[in-house]
Design a protein around this ligand. Sequence first.
Ligand SMILES: NC(=O)c1ccc[n+]([C@@H]2O[C@H](COP(=O)([O-])OP(=O)(O)OC[C@H]3O[C@@H](n4cnc5c(N)ncnc54)[C@H](O)[C@@H]3O)[C@@H](O)[C@H]2O)c1
Length: 379
Amino acid sequence: MTVLVTGADGYVGWPTALRLARRLDERVVGVDNLARRDWVEDVGSVSAVPVDDPETRYAAEPNLSFVYADLADRDEVQQLLDVHEPHTVVHAAAQPSAPYSQINGERALYTQRNNLSMNVNLLHGLKDAGLDDTHFIETTTTGVYGAPEFPIPEGGATMENQGERDDVPFPAMGGSWYHVTKSFDNANARLANTQWDQPVSDLRTAIVYGTETDETEELGLPTRFDFDYYFGTVVNRFCAQAVAGYPLTVYGKGEQRKPMVGLRDTVESIATLVEDGHDGEGVDVYNQVTRPVAIVELAETIQEVGEEFDLDVEITHVENPREEDEEHQMEMENERFEELVGEPQSLEAGVRDVLTTLTRHRDRITAREDRFLPEVLLD
Ligand SMILES: NC(=O)c1ccc[n+]([C@@H]2O[C@H](COP(=O)([O-])OP(=O)(O)OC[C@H]3O[C@@H](n4cnc5c(N)ncnc54)[C@H](O)[C@@H]3O)[C@@H](O)[C@H]2O)c1
């Protein structure tokens, strides 16, 4: 009995593989091509928290093992699935940065080829390996919904035209070349479900923040933590700015609400879903989100919690490098997700976690503080 975790060297993938190895009495195989380490180096940054190599990480638990493989390569994927015959695949591998995918056409194409190839290779690979009962759990993104004016459902939408109504999958509203790959992933996984009944769970992941989980803390094997413009998501980047004594750079008015979720709840929801399994009917969609938070509320929360760490946090507004409605009041349903995690961590507690870790690595952050903003805003 095996669970396969893709993207297992990544921010979410590593703590997820570790929790599964601790919780389940079966083999957990982590797969990654370590591309994220190269991308961050390419944009001139580092993980604020030094991370061990996969060999050290994966020696931590007897039922954990690591395979270096490029999942965009069809043969490598087929071999992995034929050899390990997983009953569940947690697909957390991706080029996950919207700004990186927006740099130019070459990065847009790389992102789309990489992400789409992995998804199709895994789905067809499962079919060809005779593993059409394997539970395919993919982490997509809440970004597939865009920013509509109505409360975002947990899954599809109801459309009305010429007096008739029907339930449809949500339209692909992603706002970057990266986000659109996740809409394709939703559609492809749905195809695998309709064509050969592959059990699929689609976790639409919000902006994740946090540094530790119980297992990474206990073993002293942390996950990576990026704070640069391309790979540092907003909560993590703001916390790094606070620790470096750099003003929190709110883009534009910052009144828009963005969906957020703590790393601890992200990992716990995936582990619960692996344990619970799939009921065999259709595609299950979960909005992996605690709540939408306005960017200014986030900055003020970091300012307040920062006082506990003697941080004098300043907030500044800079020109918005993104095309977005700076007042959008997003609402998002998440009942199914809440059932997976129970009581979620509060934003304040998550920020406290992050600041506790980052204050130990202040020098690594200040040495790269020119990476907080895109070049265009630094001129
Ligand atoms: N972190 C977030 O805020 C966030 C938000 C929304 C969605 N997500 C989604 O959650 C998942 C995990 O994201 P993350 O933050 O851990 O990203 P990450 O970059 O830290 O992890 C992804 C991992 O996938 C690996 N990978 C990429 N291409 C590969 C390939 N061709 N073959 C093998 N491995 C490959 C990378 O090396 C990396 O270690 C992704 O699907 C991402 O799109 C994350």
